[in-house]
Design a binder for this molecule. Structure first.
Ligand SMILES: *Cc1c(COP(=O)(O)O)cnc(C)c1O
Length: 397
């Protein structure tokens, strides 16, 4: 089957929830992806901030192959070594005490909300609690995660969603304070907003929210599904701010390609008991072998430090692009999670940059997001910038 036939077949049988780019990806190597017809791309999207180690990493692949031959799944009725090792490594890296593995980011958010509600229920003997979430946030597509996602267009056709959610303005402490009442059980936010357009939390804002949560016994849930796992130059983004959440969610680069996420918490709020939550697949030996290997490789290769270094280079290069093109209205980000905002739609620029040989993705209608594999080197940054500049020249001509 040629490429066009494959795409036509896909359009005939996949539910049309994505406007896919007309590319049929076949294999990858390092920071590069190849189509079935051999077309090569530099990848600055990493499967949406997933493939931290790039493609075809031998140590990672070998670890997974070994686990496939041993044991893929057991259910959570028994113990298995990979899930315990993975949980221990996650706790050591994050400062959390307990972990529940899920199959996706959105399920991690579901678990985090349930945990916060259970904590409130145990304290007050009442289930009448509220969560404060942020405008322009993104937490996933399942009903609970959608309920705390700050984008009306994603929510409104699927209502009624879960109740008791109040939205505040991100980086506006007064706005958060005004939503707090006796029912507030948790405040949820991304440490760096991803889908919403790459907005890092202000340090003063995050510190004040942390202090507010301490004062009122409200749980702070930080969603690091996109910004965690080394992307900001620290293993978790909040480690740049000198604070810790009570509940942390992770996914995307946690398994670097296998479907795994988690929510983790401090012992002080580990309110769940047997029967409160579960998952058949969640944290099975195969995906946890991936998590275990990911943490081991991060340590061995000092990948977060490398991301910090490359992040600085990327920052400088994007600043130059901003200076050279009038259509660039803002540049934000931290480490290898950066965004350019345009006065024109991002879609045509993304399309042309891909055409020039580099995959980038948008965030919202007028922002391009740069979330490459963390293993990229200076040459990759230069190559991406060349493609982006050519694309901008063409689109703005
Ligand atoms: C991607 C993402 C999610 C949802 O994760 P899925 O694995 O797609 O369900 C939640 N929160 C943030 C911040 C994300 O970037």
């Amino acid at each position: 089957m040629n490429k066009q036939e494959t795409i036509a077949l896909g359009e005939s049988c996949l539910l049309h929830t994505y406007n896919r780019f007309p590319m049929v990806l076949d294999h990858g190597d390092g920071a590069y992806l190849y189509e079935t017809d051999g077309t090569k791309y530099l990848d600055f999207a990493a499967g949406i901030a997933v493939f931290a180690f790039g493609y075809n990493n031998k140590a990672y692949n070998d670890a997974l192959k070994g686990q496939i031959d041993k044991l893929i799944h057991t259910s959570n009725l028994y113990y298995n070594e990979p899930s315990i090792h993975a949980a221990k490594l996650f706790c050591e890296a994050s400062g959390m005490d307990r972990v529940f593995f899920t199959n996706s980011g959105t399920e991690a958010i579901e678990g985090a909300i349930k945990l916060a509600r259970k904590y409130y229920y145990k304290k007050h003997g009442s289930a009448d609690s509220e969560v404060i979430a942020m405008e322009h946030s993104f937490h996933g597509r399942s009903m609970g995660a959608l309920s705390v996602t700050g984008k009306l267009a994603y929510r409104e056709q699927f209502e009624p969603l879960i109740g008791g959610v109040r939205f505040a303005d991100f980086n506006d402490f007064e706005s958060v304070c005004s939503r707090v009442n006796d029912k507030t059980c948790a405040i949820i936010m991304e440490t760096v907003q991803g889908e919403g357009g790459i907005y890092p939390a202000d340090a003063a804002f995050l510190k004040k929210v942390r202090a507010l949560c301490d004062e009122k016994d409200i749980l702070l849930i930080l969603d690091e599904i996109q910004c965690g796992m080394g992307r900001t130059g620290k293993m978790f983004a909040y480690q740049n701010y000198g604070i810790e959440p009570d509940i942390l969610t992770s996914a995307k680069a946690l398994g670097c390609g296998v479907p795994v996420g988690c929510f983790a918490c401090k012992e002080s709020c580990a309110a769940m008991e047997p029967g409160d939550h579960g998952s058949t697949y969640g944290g099975n030996p195969l995906v946890c072998k991936a998590v275990e290997t990911v943490f081991t490789l991060f340590e061995e290769t000092k990948l977060a430090e490398h991301a910090a270094k490359m992040g600085k280079l990327l920052y400088d290069e994007l600043e130059k692009v901003k200076a050279d093109y009038a259509c660039v209205t803002d540049h934000r980000g931290i480490g290898l999670m950066q965004g350019l905002e345009f006065s024109i739609p991002a879609g045509p620029i993304v399309k042309e940059t891909i055409h020039q040989g580099c995959i980038v993705i948008s965030a919202g209608t007028n922002i391009i997001r740069f979330v490459p594999p963390l293993i990229i080197e200076e040459t990759h940054i230069k190559e991406m910038i060349t493609c982006l500049r050519k694309a901008l020249d063409i689109v703005t001509a």
